[in-house]
Design a protein around this ligand. Sequence first.
Ligand code: NDP
Length: 253
Amino acid sequence: MSFADLTGRTAVVTGAASGMGAATARLLAAQGARVALLARRTERLTELVDKITAEGGQALAVTTDVTDQASVDAAAERVQGAYGAVDLVVAAAGVMLPNPIADGRLDEWTRMIDTNLTGVLRVIRAFTPDLLAAADAGRAADLVTISSIGAHVTFPDFAVYSATKAALTHLAAGLRPELGPRDVRVTNIEPGLTDTELPAHVDNPGLSDLIDSMFTAIPALTSEDVADLVAYTVSRPRHVNLRQVVVLPTRQA
Ligand code: NDP
């Protein structure tokens, strides 16, 4: 792990109940940031807060559903009430629900769009004024989005998931010319195969077997690998913006 001194930074990490979000929250806290952990599973968040606190860090569990505007508004109020303005936002919450398009799973399509795209927008809406204020005051300010290599690579049954990730990648690119000149860095990370809970929600037995076989064939990234990249990115000098990072397991073609 690269060491970054994030003392004095105040972070919000969505999707902090597991996987990349949890690992990122833990690492940012270990490197000195105060970190608000957002996701739906309160117990998971509380456990992670306890772990971070035991490691000497500062963290706050904020139960949040990013598909619910009132929930995100309440989360922003809670974070700002406890920690003041935020200067680092990592939007990692996401769901992957692949199925054949002909199955017409409007429930899954809606959930993916609402979480992976509109959910990120809700978080951006809640915290962009804080990021702009931090930048305006001469401090580092970061928006980090976790998209996917799926934004570029197509697989059967993944069309809607890929579409949400392509939209997220494009959203981040579109924010750069707006926020960059105001000194807010926007970094979009596109990971490849990473060992997390993400496939556990797949409601497609044939595909679950295929995903399992990919994990057998390819030594996947860990959540900590992605967290390390986030910590590296946000700890560069303020004028340096890694705007797009594709990170793959070495063996993933
Ligand atoms: P996980 O399933 O472990 O993490 C997803 C997180 O999102 C969980 O903490 C979950 O917590 C949270 N979440 C889901 N829905 C909501 C919601 N409505 N409101 C708030 N939080 C929510 O998987 P990963 O760590 O892999 O996923 C992180 C990101 O990485 C996702 O955006 C995913 O698409 C992306 N990604 C993953 C890859 C992989 O191979 N694993 C590859 C490329 C990208 P809770 O259920 O408690 O709400």
